[in-house]
Design a protein around this ligand. Structure first.
Ligand code: CS2
Length: 494
């Protein structure tokens, strides 16, 4: 079989959409940091749809660490396919929005030169929660992070996301060029605002005047991004290539649903992403809160408790009636009352659609993938909701069980006595605490609650929270996850 690429597009199987514009005429207006499946299945798709009308917005896709995706897409001239499936039907499309590929560690100075190109007006990011060198509980810069310390002293050869963003801005300022807009596309609370704070705090370590210039001139719109895009598997590669009639070494397999809400606060021209279905709004916060707390909060709950119950995927976890019921009740009873009203928005329908999306049988979304990096995810997915409820004197039984599920997961051994592979930037800390405490809730719960980067200083001292989590964790250890989920669901049933 031939490889997917510019020269083989005419061999694509019938019915598969291909770029409807002249790729040679597309300029690079966006540098995107973080070339994972999510970017390629989300922002790049919105961008691809408008290049015919406005060819200024091609994307230079940058891998900040692993060269694998870039190496796979290079022989394909940046082309790759996106398959959207809900289990009943499939739609496939070849995306041509990537005008270039770069692996940052291979040539950091070369990437800075690209960032200084005046044609580049937007630098966007999907570097995952842990890619921002911040403290997840407070959003503050971790100035002691080794990459941040390195970059502060070597801004001509950065390693970190913040280093590249600030290094590029420094060059533009030196050359008298206008800055680019920085567009955060990760699941962080107030992602643009948070990134702005981090960029300025980092720039202050380098040059106070530069920090002031950034603060005065650079825009950081916040966004709410949503599409479930699991990591690509070898089975996906084989299935997609057979369907395309061409080998695609790194396809994206996703769901039909996609949503992008963007704060309309750009420094200059911006792509008409609204024409391809995105929404520009004045304030993203209510959308963001709703998505992080309902979708991602439920996702993490399904991931930890589902994994412990032996479910490999989210769809399998949703096939467990008590777990699916508990999550549905949690979304309705515990999360929704904490969300600000969104005029005219039907949150009941939104929740129902989420449950349907989680059940999508076409997505093999692994619980272990979502369980990853819990220390970076818990604050915005579960703990903010918990704080809001406690402040109003409301109970948190299901949310506390979700947090306890994370604790049971990071204890490192499953219910069959098998090791759980912990993937988290704080894995070493978690492991040390878990080893010292042992599988005893009254020791493990307080030990993990002392990780201030996750829980902050006040929440662990609230007995309503600490006791609820410890009780749930005790039940997980003693009765097992299945029985605990059934019991909490039954007892809290309204
Ligand atoms: C998931 C998200 O991996 C995870 O933690 O919860 O990637 C989720 O699929 C997306 O936010 C959906 O928009």
């Amino acid at each position: 079989m031939h490889r997917l690429g510019p020269a083989t597009l005419d061999r694509l199987s019938p019915g598969i959409l291909a770029p409807d514009y002249d790729r040679a005429a597309v300029a690079t207006g966006i540098v995107h940091l973080g070339l994972g499946a999510f970017h390629r299945g989300h922002q790049a798709v919105y961008t691809d749809a408008l290049l015919k009308d406005d060819p200024r917005w091609g994307i230079l896709g940058v891998s900040l660490r692993s060269p694998d995706t870039s190496a796979a897409l290079l022989p394909q001239g940046g082309l790759y396919s996106v398959t959207a499936s809900d289990g009943a039907g499939r739609q496939r499309r070849v995306i041509g929005a990537l005008t270039g590929l770069a692996v940052a560690p291979d040539d950091p100075a070369g990437l800075l030169a690209r960032l200084a190109d005046p044609a580049v007006r937007i630098v966007s990011t999907t570097v995952t929660e842990k890619g921002y060198s911040h403290d997840p509980a407070t959003g503050a810069l971790r100035a002691d992070d080794p990459d941040i310390r390195h970059d502060a002293g070597h801004l001509g050869h950065p390693r970190s996301t913040l280093g590249f963003i600030v290094g590029g801005l420094q060059l533009r300022r030196q050359r008298g060029l206008p800055p680019y807009t920085v567009l955060a596309c990760d699941n962080l609370p107030a992602n643009g605002h948070t990134l702005r704070g981090l960029v300025i705090a980092f720039a202050e370590l380098v040059d106070r005047d530069l920090a002031k210039w950034i603060s005065d001139t650079v825009r950081f719109p916040s966004t709410m991004v949503d599409r479930i895009v699991p990591a690509t598997t070898d089975a996906d590669r084989a299935e997609v290539s057979a369907a395309l009639g061409l080998v695609d070494a790194w396809p994206v397999v996703t769901e039909p649903f996609s949503q992008w809400v963007i704060e309309d606060d750009f420094g200059g021209d911006r792509p008409a992403w609204d024409v391809s279905g995105a929404q520009f709004v004045r304030d993203v916060a209510p959308f963001e809160l709703m998505k992080l707390r309902l979708l991602n909060g439920a996702h993490s709950t399904l991931a930890y408790l589902g994994y412990l119950m032996g479910c490999q995927t989210v769809a399998e976890a949703m096939a467990e009636p008590d777990l699916a019921g508990l999550v549905e009740d949690m979304m309705r009873e515990e999360v929704t009352p904490t969300l600000p009203a969104l005029g005219g928005f039907d949150v009941t329908a939104y929740r129902a659609a989420l449950l349907q999306r989680f059940r999508n049988p076409a997505l093999k979304h692994r619980t272990a993938q979502i369980a990853m990096d819990g220390t970076q995810k818990l604050p915005q997915r579960l703990l903010g909701t918990i704080r809001d409820r406690l402040a109003r004197g409301l109970p948190i039984p299901r949310l506390a069980l979700a947090v306890a599920g994370w604790m049971r997961y990071v204890s490192g051994t499953d219910e069959q006595g098998q090791p759980i592979e912990l993937r988290d930037p704080l894995a070493a800390t978690l492991r040390a605490l878990a080893d010292e405490a042992g599988p005893v809730a009254s020791r493990l719960a307080p030990a993990l609650l002392s990780v201030t980067a996750v829980f902050g200083r006040e929440l662990p001292n609230d007995p309503r929270f600490a006791n609820a989590v410890e009780t749930a964790l005790d039940s997980l250890f003693r009765d097992g996850t299945r029985a605990t989920v059934a019991q909490v669901r039954h007892v809290t049933r309204t």
